[in-house]
Unconditional design. Structure first.
Length: 94
């Protein structure tokens, strides 16, 4: 979905005013919100509705998975595996 030029201008002005010095887009914000809601345990059906997605596939497209997500998934199944399975020390998640 492309925003009208005036929306892009308003978005860019808002990021400048917020002193965000990284290059971001409205899509980055959508993806971030989607990922945060998933991590907060929001039900996928509710999430899909909140995000305005018509399909589960679209919701999944916006879901970001990083090393923290992988580590937490492994630790749920194999608690106490720590460093060997996750690459971290098992204490602080790093």
């Amino acid at each position: 979905m492309r925003l009208p030029q005036s929306s892009h201008k308003a978005f860019n002005l808002a990021t400048e005013k917020a002193k965000i010095d990284q290059r971001i887009s409205p899509q980055v914000l959508r993806r971030t919100m989607n990922t945060m809601l998933i991590r907060a345990g929001v039900d996928r059906i509710v999430l899909r509705s909140v995000m305005g997605h018509v399909s589960e596939e679209m919701t999944e497209r916006y879901a970001g998975v990083d090393s923290r997500d992988k580590r937490e998934a492994i630790l749920k199944v194999f608690p106490g595996t720590g460093k060997a399975a996750t690459g971290g020390d098992g204490e602080d998640g790093e």
